[in-house]
Write a protein that binds this ligand. Structure first.
Ligand code: SF4
Length: 210
């Protein structure tokens, strides 16, 4: 009983959408929201790897008194007494902008298209550089390879619109053990498309890998 009281005392209390929630020390706003089944869209987040905040879809509004700011919920640590709102006009506006940018950077992704549609975004005002691209360069593949598999068979290269993922120096690497973790964690079909360019000459087709 005492243990339970101690645990409760260590919990951080704050509000999401005017509802009181409790979080453990070190949790982020997104982790707390998931605990309470509050939906926040993400593409670059997976609990198995370090959060990067790269896709920015998980932006939420933090209000304190008369001011507010947008924060990326997957990397924002919870604090006692803060007020978080996940569905305000400001939040929806920024998500629509991000979806427009994603529709331009990875227009071939069915997953992105379907998520964007839910926010009423069906086209983009940004330039499309590659209509066949479905990679949003979220880096999940690189992080799972490094942090979970313990290898560095995938690199994130270049900057801005030229940023891309692939084998280091874009040469198939024999470091890759073809575990398929990168393909599984990829939020689109992008890693499956370039998998053979990372692992080199395949001994087994992708469909037969565990
Ligand atoms: S399949 Fe290769 S590149 Fe992908 S996570 Fe496994 S070791 Fe890394």
């Amino acid at each position: 009983m005492r243990k339970v009281t101690m645990k409760k005392a260590n919990m951080i209390k704050f509000r999401i959408n005017d509802k009181q929630v409790e979080a453990r020390q070190g949790w982020t706003v997104l982790e707390t929201a998931k605990e309470y089944n509050i939906d926040i869209p993400t593409l670059c987040h997976h609990p198995a790897v370090t959060a990067s905040g790269s896709c920015r879809l998980c932006m939420v509004e933090l209000k304190e008194g008369d001011w507010s700011k947008l924060v990326a919920s997957c990397i924002y640590p919870v604090k006692e007494g803060i007020n978080i709102y996940t569905e305000t006009p400001r939040v929806h506006n920024v998500r629509r902008w991000i979806f427009e940018m994603l529709l331009a950077s990875c227009p071939a992704s069915e997953e992105v298209r379907q998520m964007a549609e839910k926010y009423g975004v069906i086209s983009t005002r940004f330039s499309v550089h590659d209509p066949n691209q479905s990679c949003l360069v979220c880096g999940l593949c690189q992080r799972v390879c490094e942090e979970v598999v313990g290898l560095s068979a995938i690199a994130v290269m270049d900057r801005g619109v030229h940023k891309k993922v692939g084998a280091p120096f874009l040469r198939p690497t024999d470091i890759c053990v073809a575990c398929g973790s990168c393909v599984t964690i990829c939020p689109t079909d992008a890693m499956a498309k370039i998998f053979d360019t990372v692992r080199g000459k395949p001994e087994l087709p992708l469909s037969q890998l565990a």
